[in-house]
Design a protein around this ligand. Sequence first.
Ligand SMILES: Nc1ncnc2c1ncn2[C@@H]1O[C@H](COP(=O)(O)OP(=O)(O)OP(=O)(O)O)[C@@H](O)[C@H]1O
Length: 646
Amino acid sequence: MLRLPRLLNLVSTAYLQYRARDTKMQFEFVKDMPRAAHTDMPIDISFLLGKMVFVWMIMLLFPVILSNLVYEKQQKLRTIMKMHGLGDVTYWTISHCYFLLLSLLYMFFLVFFGSCAGIKLFTLNDYRVQFVVYFAYMNLQISFAFLMATYFSNVRTASVVAYLFTIGSGYFGEYLFRPIFEDMSLSRSWTTLMEFFPPFSLYRIVYEFSPPPSPLYRTDFSGLHWGDLGDGKNGMKDILIIMALEWATFLLLTFFLDEFGTLRNGIRKMASVCHSSVDGSSQASQKQTIQLQEFEYSVEMDRTDVLREREIVEQLLQESDGSYSVICDNLKKVYHAKDGNPEKIAVTELSLYMQRGQCFGILGPNGAGKTSLISMLTGFTKPTSGTAYINGMDIRSDMGKIYTGIGVCPQFDLLWETLTGREHLLFYGRLKNLRCAALDRAVEQSLKNVRLFDGGVADKRVAEYSGGMKRRLSVAISLIGDPKVVYMDEPSSGLDPASRRALWNAVMSAKQNTAIILTTHSMEEAEALCDRIGIMVNGSLQCIGNSKELKAKYGGTYVLTVTTAAAEEEVVEQLVRSLCPAANRVYRISGTQKFEMPKQGLRISQVFHAMQHAKTWLNISAWGLSDATLEDAFIKVASESDISSL
Ligand SMILES: Nc1ncnc2c1ncn2[C@@H]1O[C@H](COP(=O)(O)OP(=O)(O)OP(=O)(O)O)[C@@H](O)[C@H]1O
């Protein structure tokens, strides 16, 4: 066993002799360094492994951090956290602290086990120096990952790029940075400039911490001590300054890019803000004229209830009445032409108001603009023109404050697969300022309300949930903490009847203190939950009212169904026309006929008497009279609006 170290020493010496032949420059450089000769220094594994390997080991967390950040972005978890009140500064601070803790733990174990194994890179240098330098580098690495994360939207791409970057960084450090650094004929400022690239800073750190490169020309290197930090020769002071400057710059850049998307966008937006503040008055009056023209144009197409709603909104805005939960003022969303697709007006000058204690339902066919409207109200996209006031605050400027008082159930479930249902609710409950016992109570109640409490479901990871369970959890998240305004985009899609009923009950009880805005394709749901309903087609509201009003106005017919022998069809038709000359036969199939009879001038009792009497002389096997449904009204409004927009 004792022969093994000697053998290792022999092999390594041979290897070093070979390398020293090729690295004469390096040898001369090392000779110049202030490290006194010393001959019995044992061979060190850090030299055998090479600095490149240590650079890789220290950078190993970089791909992990980047993938985590991009995952939250790709899954839109970041957006949903923001919508529930998690501010940008808080998000970045928490993320930074979390990754810093992780990085420090990782470095602690790396240095600890490295020291136990006797690796000189760790044992020779003062641990205080190592802590300061690695702490600074870890901060820089995290801020660099933050910056990189603003450019990626796909986890897989981000991971691959991050691993390639890590491998490439070690490689370029060894074969590009080191030769330049060791070339004494080159000015030091070149290497200082290169150290602005974070992995090269790290390579320099590893280089300075490592024992001399060749034991053939052994020097008495006893590692870096606390006092050496300020010594200009080892360059640690410069590197620490560079890393601190870069850390701050990367964080600022991240905030900037996070807010504006790209540097160009940000500069353009900032320039336009300055420009508009210079000649704001002339632009404002110009904008007013444009809005007026657009308004006059759209008034012709609007219906009376929509017009009345617009008038009320204008009155409320003039009175500055802050008691209304939501006021939309001429909201418009245009998606600009992109990738060969033409420009799309998703929402057209929409004005409406919503009160606390009410549920407002937005119905509309696919592509009507419901999600675009909710996206604007939740700050997910910015309106092209117009605005909305949520609890008296403007969505254009106060979104940060608005988020603290709203709840959102988006169309697609935005959940962490690795967290349990209970953990989700605890997290969002805390964001809504619930603490201790109040938080536990609220979480338990929420879980019970959406039937996720019993059978330990609450403590299962979301990855094990069915689609319906995830949907119910999303609804529970939107309602926790009693938000003043709640947006629900098709909350019951994919739910079984019992779960849907439970969800409706939860919404009904939450409605008392909240204004709920709900989009749905279920007429039954709209009738059960909504106090007012607006039907949207092609981006604009076609009608507003409660379900009774809409049915009366747009479904203004009774539906009579009669089944007789096929030979008696003509007689039945004559009978119906004698009751209501304007009756319209919808279909006739082997004796069964369906008629729509306008309500005007028609009494139900008259129809009943006529049918009872007809039974005495006709072979009527079945008949029925029903009022028009909300679905009838919806189909009528949608088809009429579609025709008028052609
Ligand atoms: N990011 C986008 N870029 C371009 N067009 C878009 C974008 N998002 C939506 N649209 C278009 O805007 C219109 C309104 O879409 P939106 O998703 O708001 O409708 P919706 O009423 O919510 O539909 P659904 O009921 O199917 O969810 C559609 O024609 C859609 O194709």
